[in-house]
Design a binder for this molecule. Structure first.
Ligand SMILES: [Zn+2]
Length: 178
């Protein structure tokens, strides 16, 4: 597993003293053998929305890597100082021009994912929120979303899902239906 941390980050040099004495210290931490600097490659938290209108579920086709062109749920990484709900409300506004009342969001479940970006792989904790609306809201795609798509729960394009965590979430929703 220690080799795994090296693979995730590719770090070699200590960011404090600059020497090539950075060592994997635990499953998620680095330590510099020269100056004692420590760095934890902690899990990054991401939020996602499961928006249901009747039997349909909203997907956002990703515009950029990783998994460009594939279907994800709207959402993104939590910024410093944000609550999970605040992060999701911000992401929905940025990505889809959609205004959501934080109080309307219901926690659904969570999962974990790997998110490779610019030569560093982040291990994420994905937190899913559920929102049910009576009708489809107007959506205006921007930022990271190429297109918003609605798919009925009983006809999900499984081969187009961006991450295992997306498929996991859909399966959880289907289980809850039964
Ligand atoms: Zn050092």
């Amino acid at each position: 597993m220690n080799g795994a941390l090296q693979e995730l980050t590719g770090f070699r040099f200590c960011p404090r003293c600059g020497r090539a004495t950075l060592q994997v210290d635990s499953v998620k931490s680095w330590r510099c053998g020269a100056c004692g600097f420590r760095y934890f490659h902690n899990v990054a938290v991401a939020v996602a929305l499961l928006l249901r209108v009747g039997d349909d579920l909203l997907f956002a086709r990703r515009a950029h890597a990783p998994a460009a062109g594939l279907l994800d749920f709207p959402g993104g990484f939590v910024d410093p100082g944000e609550s999970l709900e605040q992060a999701l409300v911000r992401e929905l506004e940025e990505e889809l021009g959609m205004e959501i009342e934080p109080a309307a969001l219901r926690y659904a479940f969570s999962g974990c994912n790997r998110y490779p970006f610019a030569d560093v792989t982040y291990l994420t904790s994905d937190v899913f929120f559920l929102l049910e609306l009576a009708e489809r809201p107007p959506l205006e795609c921007a930022d990271d979303v190429a297109e918003a798509q609605w798919h009925p729960l009983d006809n999900i394009p499984w081969d187009q899902l961006a991450f295992p965590t997306v498929a996991h979430a859909v399966r959880r929703l289907l289980e809850d239906e039964q």
